[in-house]
Structures are given as C-alpha cells and as structure tokens.
Design a protein around this ligand. Structure first.
Ligand code: PEP
Ligand code: MG
Length: 869
C-alpha cells in the first residue's frame, strides 16, 4: 500500500516535493538533532489523492492518520483527546514552494471541555489553558469552517467592553471561560452543529481544510503572481504542540539568521513572552527585538544562536525560523530559506562567498534576475524631502520610495493610476491590492508581519506598524497628528526610513552598493553573452552605460522622430508623392538625424552602435485628428482635401504587415540613403574629435537575399561617395534584422550579404504565430486563463516554435559565415528565460532596454553556469 504519511524522523530535506518545504525541513532538523516537537507529515501525494476522491479523506488515509497519531501518543506519552496528559497538535500546511500566509494553520487541536481541564493542571495555569482553548475554537471556526474572524473579534471586544479592559492580557480565567462559551454558541449558530469535541474529527476536518485551501482564490492568485506551476499540492504537518503562553519563562518568536532587509550578518527578529505564535505576526501586541532575549533569558539566547549557526552551515543559506520556549525549554518549529529584499539577497550571497559557505557560481544562481529591478528603485530626493511634511512614522519594512493616492482597499486601487494601499494590517486577501499598489502602509504589525514579508518578496515599498495613524473605514479617511487624510489624497511613503509624508515627492536615481558591484563583477567574469542596450537617445545611452551596456543593439531611428518638432518632417515625407516633395522633406530631416547620431556616437565612445534604418508602421505616424491634418496642409502648402486623399491612399488594412521596414527603403531609397549619409557623416565627425566610433547599419524586416542585396548596393555606394568626397574612411558593418520567418529559412543566403544578424523576436513572434502585435493582448490573456499558453510569447520567447526558427537561422548562417555576429534585440532580450535560451543557442549578444541590462547580465551568467555544469 502506498505510504502517505512520514514521521519526522523518516524524511529529510531532499524530500521537498513529497513533504513540502516545511515538512522536509522539520524532518531534517529532527535528523540533525535539533529540538523539534514530534510529529508527522501527510504528503503532497495525499493532497492530489484528496482531489481524486472528490475532496474527501478516504478510508485508508484515515487509518494511516490514526496509526500515526497512536505512534505520536507512544512517543510523547500523551493521549489524544482525553486523559490527564492530553496530546495537542498543530496542523499546518506546507507546499514544496513556500507561500507565506497563503495556507492555513490550526493550533491547539485536541482541546475540548475535558482536555482543557487536564491541560490547566499540567501547566498549572488555568488561564493559559483556557486562553489556548478559546484560540483553538476561533482558529478552527475561522480556518476550517470559514466563520468570519471578525465575528469572533466582536465577541471578544464585547467582553472587554463589559469588563472595561483594553488588552487581552487583562482577561481573567473566568472571562476566557465566558469567551469559550460564547464562541461555541457563535460556532453553532454559524455552522448549524455543535463544536466538535472528538479530536480525531477535529483533525480530519483540519486536514481537509488545509488540502482544500490549496485551491482557494488567495493561493491561486499567489501561485499565478509568482508563476508557481507544476506543484502537486500542499502537504500537512501534524505536530505535537508546545506552549509559549505558559507564563513568564515561555514565549515565542520568529527570526532570520541575517537581516532580510539589508543582508547584514545579524540575528534579526522579534519575540513575545507568554504568547502563542500568531500573536507575533498578527501585530496585535508589539513584539520585542530578538537581541533583548539575551538579557531576558541568556542561556536560551545562547542556545538559539548556536542553532542559527548550525542551520546556516547546514543549509548554506539565510534561515527564517519560528521557535517557541516552553517553560524555559527551547523548541524549533520551523526553518526555511528566508525571503529577502534584492539588496539583502546580493549582500548575503556576497558575504557567504567571502565566508566560504558557497561558491561564486552558487551565489550567482541564487539571485532571481527578475527581482534585481528592486535595486533600481528610486529614493526621495533630498530637496523633495526638505519641502515635505512628515505626518507619521512606522517601521521601515521594505525599501523604496512610493507616492500615490490613499486607497483603503483593492477596489479603490483599481480606480486610480497610482495608489498607496493603507490598511490596519494586511492579510492574504489583500494580495491582489498589494500587487497593484505603488506601496503599502499598515497601522499594525512588525517587521515580520504579513505586509512586511509579502512586500519584501514583491520588492514593493512598505511601511508597517504605523500605529499613530487611525483609520476611519466608514468615512474613508485616516487621522494622524491632527491631520485628516481622505481616500484619494496624495501621500508618499519611504520604506527605507519608515516615514510617511503628505503629497507627492520627487524621486532620485538609485545607488548601487559595494556588494552589488562585486556581485556584478562575478557575473561579468562568468557570462559569455555580451549585453547591449536598445537605446534611441543620448539620455537612454547614459543610463545604459551606467549599468554596463557594451554597445547599442538597436537604435530605432523612427523613435528619434517622436519629438514634436521632428514628427512633422516625417509626416511630410510620408504623404509626399512627387520626388521634389520627398527631397524637400528628407532635406529637412537630415540635420536632425545627423545631430542625433553625432551625440549618440560621442556618448558611446567606440562601443558598437547598431542603427536600424527607418521602420515605421505607417499608422503610428500618420496625422489622425482634423487639427493635425490642417497643420500638415499648412506646412506643405497643400489643401486639406488633397492631404486627406493622400492619407486615404496610404491607409493600410494591416499596417504591421504593410509598407514598413526595408519595403519602405526599397520604395523610397532616398530615405535610407539620407539616413546612411547622416550616420556615416556623423561618425566621421565624431572620429575627427578623437573619439572612436563603431557604426553598424541594420536593415529591418528583410525576408529575401534580393531585398538585402538591393539595399546593400545602394548604401555602399552612398558610403563610398562620402569617403571619396571627404577623403576619409572608417570601418562599419552592414547587417540585417531577422524578423520574418522566411529570413530564417533562407538565412544562409541572407548571410552572404550580411555582416551580422539581429533577431527581431517581436516581429518574428508576431509573424510566426500570425498574432498581430497590436491586437494579441486581448486574446492571449484568455489563452493563459484556459491553460492553452503558459506564457505570453511576446514576453517569454516561444522556444518550441520561434526558438526553433532561430536555431535554424543560426545553423544556416554559420554554415556560410562561421563568424557572423549574431544577436537579439526583440523585447525577449531582457527576459531571463529567453536570455538563457539565447546563450544556449550560441548568440553573441542580447540587447534590451537600459533598465533591464542587469537582469540580462545575471540571466546570461546563470545560463552559462547551467550550460557548463
Ligand atoms: C522586433 O521586431 O523584435 C524589433 C526589435 O523591432 P520592432 O519592435 O521595432 O519592430
Ligand atoms: Mg521589428
């Protein structure tokens, strides 16, 4: 019979897929001799089976659970659900990939009217026993039976009001007994049956709830946002309870072995004495910093530090731990690789290499290139801060600077352009809102609260625990320092200082740390692929150079015309229909072009610059409104009707497949000739100033050797003439984009006429799939929802189709020209999995937008490490 349950001493850390992360680590800690309360894990296979059984616990699983409970009874010397020494358990979910806050936990399971009395005797603390009981009923009701949590809170608040007390700690045993009574009544009213007193039923219901929660909407959204796929389900961990609420020598806490915000090597965390787990993360009581445990319980603190060291050396990574102290005895309840900001991730990886815990290659593989964007978050400018009013201060929970309109929920966020999510505390239900918010501000909760942990994972700016703010949900406003801030008002939050400001604040560019520079130097010495940028202006070039761009892979000349004064000359040119008009328009454009190229060559100082000749899908450029048409008629001195007729004749049914790219160069050769003249003249002028230049002229949308040949001949003539007339020379390259499928098929022929290829995978994807770039977004979303596509092929390169075409083109091209330079400049050049693919198929470089250069570099290094493994 298949085994669905593993006792902690039967598993190990390699069994993540089967036992989930939590289960595998509990097993591992048990095996290396750490103090872990006993228990067992119901496997992820059981979760799949649960769904095969119509979401029911089937007979054999029930029997196996029973057998393991009996084993746990024998091991602990306790009895489940009755007797003088009752066994109480926690039930927690744990999938193979950690999903904080997504799945549910039930503590103190096994309590009923009988065992609560025994517990109170054993721990000699009647109050703590009844407190545990009331927590259990609440958690069971909320998590297992979905009785809204606030209904329990109302009961509790009512009693506090009746007794005229403020905090939970002031509740007496009698109060707690009364709460238990009222909770049970609430439960019966909501569920229509009595609260279950038989612990096995409690357990089976809880297991069922955990399995079911795998498919609740929060879990699904989390998996979708984090692209978690191919996991069978969650495991369930059933563990004997230890109590942090047994008086002043008991407590509970959460801690990281290093600072998850900055990466500094220091124990970082919080704890509460005389409390149970959820008190620390829920933000109801304000926890103490972990360092103060050294004074409160020095021996325990020492033991804890020792365990931290053992775990880090064992896992070779920063750990995120949960622990409980039960009457002076220390227990580990959980360990896992901790979530961290990107800044911390880099710092920790670099430190661990220096501490000889991991190798440079391991360090590189640890950084998720996508998250590196976090490091590029802006800060508030000093000037901007000077003029801004601090209206509150909380905890600096996740770095970054954000401004936006106050929104109290996800619905409000959806209605504004930029919103700051302001909540008393966040819960997994807020995940969607947190994802679309610019930043997150919470009133309650510490550095390890849900908001803080999730925001750090998302790389989103967050200020938590900002208790001086009080929210009035009804009026949709908050009050702080005698100021009323209404929903929709602008605020700014600083996740690095914890400060909240009124209004919008200007932001500055980012600064990268020393550790980051070191890390990138390792990346640079590891990667084979060169990294270039797609840049059309000197300003973009400067940003890209700062991030280490090794050249320009795509300068879209049509983008140079987007500026107001230039676009009119292009419009003139497009609607021209006599050679004279065309020449007039082109003559107007030439000086702009030459100036732009001069500046770009100057900034790029000898690095290769690929300039693509004009490729304007006409619909992006033609005048649309009456006013625009009127202006064009004035500029060209042609009457409006005539202009309209010309526009009519230019209208294309399918502009993306129309008169663009090299087709335009063939029908308006003067246009490409002017551009080439501007490029080469500018390059010669820059060279004259003593700066090196390395121009590469690129022709778009080529599908046949003849197209390229025709244009190459004309372009070469123009260049020869310039060289002759100026009596100067420089070396240049002339190549083509490969962006129509036919070009891949005849790549050997095209290669005869090209010095380089650059794959334009935007168009190559469009034409290979036959999906219009302009319209596909509408239906691709539905493809993803229906599971037809895992990814949008315009975002992640379709390796199976488009990728095969690229491979074919590479093979054919290299069969003719062994050393032909090959690159990619479609959007995929900045997407990690696509960059890895480009490395694998042997491209020489990838080109992407300046802000994605670092992502591309890291992905390139990771790809190379995986290739050479
Ligand atoms: C491409 O098609 O991939 C490309 C880079 O060109 P554009 O996006 O300008 O069409
Ligand atoms: Mg293209």
């Amino acid at each position: 019979m298949k085994k669905f349950i593993y006792f902690f001493n039967e598993g190990n850390k390699t069994m993540r897929d089967l036992l989930g992360g939590k289960g595998a680590n509990l097993a591992e800690m048990t095996n290396i001799g750490l103090p872990v309360p006993g228990g067992f894990t119901i496997t992820t296979d059981a979760c799949s089976e649960f769904y095969n059984h119509g979401q029911n616990i089937w007979k054999e699983l029930k029997e196996e659970i029973l057998l393991n409970i009996e084993k746990l009874e024998r091991e602990t010397g306790k009895t489940f659900g009755y007797g003088e020494n009752p066994l109480l358990v926690s039930v927690r979910s744990g999938a193979a990939v950690s999903m904080p806050g997504m799945m549910d936990t039930v503590l103190n399971l096994g309590l009923n009217d009988e065992t609560v009395e025994s517990l109170s005797k054993i721990i000699n603390n009647e109050r703590a026993a009844w407190d545990s009981y009331r927590r259990f009923i609440q958690m069971f009701g909320d998590v297992v039976k979905e009785v809204p949590k606030y209904k329990f809170d109302i009961v509790m608040d009512k009693i506090k009001e009746e007794k005229n007390i403020k905090t939970d700690l002031e509740l007496t045993t009698e109060d707690l007994k009364e709460i238990v009574k009222r909770y049970k009544k609430l439960y019966t009213m909501e569920i229509g049956e009595h609260f279950p007193t038989e612990p096995l039923n409690q357990l089976l219901d809880a297991v069922k709830a955990v399995f079911s929660s795998w498919n609740n909407s929060r879990a699904k959204i989390y998996r979708e946002l984090n692209e978690i796929r191919g996991i069978k389900g969650t495991a369930v961990n059933v563990q004997s309870m230890v109590f942090g609420n047994m008086g002043e020598t008991s407590g509970t806490g959460v801690a990281f072995t290093r600072n998850p915000s900055t990466g500094k090597k220091e124990i970082f965390g919080e704890y509460l004495m005389n409390a149970q787990g959820e008190d620390v993360v829920a933000g109801i009581r304000t926890p103490k910093k972990i360092a103060s445990l050294e004074e409160t319980m020095p021996d325990i603190y020492k033991e804890f530090l020792n365990i931290c060291n053992i775990l880090e050396t064992h896992y070779k990574d920063m750990q995120d731990m949960e622990f409980t102290i039960e009457r002076g005895k220390f227990y580990m309840l959980q360990t896992r690789n901790g979530k961290r900001t990107s800044k911390a991730a880099v710092q920790i990886a670099v430190n661990m290499v220096e501490e000889k815990l991991i190798t440079k290659k391991e360090a590189i593989l640890r950084i998720d290139p996508k998250n590196i964007e976090q490091l590029l978050h802006k800060n508030f400018s000093i000037e901007g801060l000077k003029n801004s009013k601090v209206i509150a201060e909380g905890l600096a929970a996740s770095p970054g600077a954000a401004s936006g309109q106050v929104c109290f929920d996800c619905e409000a966020l959806k209605k504004v352009k930029k919103g700051i999510l302001v909540r008393i505390e966040t819960s997994p239900e807020d995940i969607e809102g947190m994802n679309i918010a610019e930043g997150i501000l919470t009133i309650r909760g510490g550095m390890t609260s849900h908001a803080a942990v999730v925001a750090r994972g998302m790389g989103k700016c967050c200020v938590s625990g900002c208790s001086e703010i009080s929210i009035n949900e009804e009026k949709r406003e908050f009050e702080t320092r005698n100021i009323i801030v209404k929903e929709g008002d602008l605020i700014s939050i600083d996740g690095s200082s914890g400060k909240v400001y009124l209004g919008d604040i200007e932001k500055t560019d980012i600064e990268l740390s020393g550790a980051f520079e070191k890390f990138i130097s390792w990346v640079d010495e590891t990667r084979r692929l060169k990294i270039r940028m797609n840049a059309d202006t000197p300003k973009d070039c400067k940003v890209g150079l700062k991030f280490g761009a090794e050249g320009i892979g795509l300068c879209r000349t049509e983008h140079m015309f987007f500026a107001e004064e230039k676009i009119w000359s292009v419009r003139e040119m497009i609607v021209s229909n006599t050679p004279k008009e065309i020449k007039q328009a082109i003559d107007k454009i030439y000086p702009f072009q030459k100036k732009d190229f001069f500046e770009i060559f100057e900034v790029m100082g000898g690095k290769p610059v690929t300039v693509r000749l004009l490729d304007p899908p006409l619909h992006e450029f033609l005048p649309k409104t009456e006013n625009e048409i009127k202006k064009l008629s004035e500029l060209m001195n042609i009457d409006i009707e005539n202009i309209k007729e010309r526009l009519e004749s230019l209208h294309e049914v399918n502009p993306m497949l129309g008169h663009r790219g090299c087709r335009l160069g063939i029908t308006y050769p003067e246009l490409y000739e002017m551009q080439v003249k501007a490029i080469i003249t500018a390059a010669l002028e820059v060279k004259d100033t003593g700066i090196e230049v390395n121009p590469e002229i690129m022709i778009p949308l080529v599908g046949s050797q003849e197209e390229l040949d025709y244009l190459r001949n004309r372009i070469e003539k123009v260049i020869e003439n310039i060289f002759k007339s100026k009596n100067k020379k420089l070396s240049y390259k002339l190549g083509t984009m490969i962006e129509v499928p036919r070009a891949c098929v005849v790549a050997d022929k095209i290669a005869e006429k090209a010095d380089f290829f650059s794959f334009g995978t935007n168009d190559l994807t469009q034409i290979t799939f036959g999906f219009s770039r302009d319209d596909a977004a509408k239906f691709i979303k539905e493809y993803a929802e229906k599971g037809i596509f895992e990814n949008d092929p315009f975002v992640k390169l379709d390796q199976e189709g488009v990728g095969e075409l690229m491979k074919m083109a590479i093979k054919k091209a290299r069969s003719i020209k062994k050393n032909i330079k090959l690159g990619i400049c479609g959007e995929h050049g900045g997407e990690p999995s696509s960059v890895e693919f480009c490395n694998k198929i042997g491209l020489d470089y990838v080109s992407c937008s300046p802000y994605r250069l670092l992502i591309a570099k890291i992905a390139a290094a990771q790809g190379e490490i995986k290739e050479t493994k």
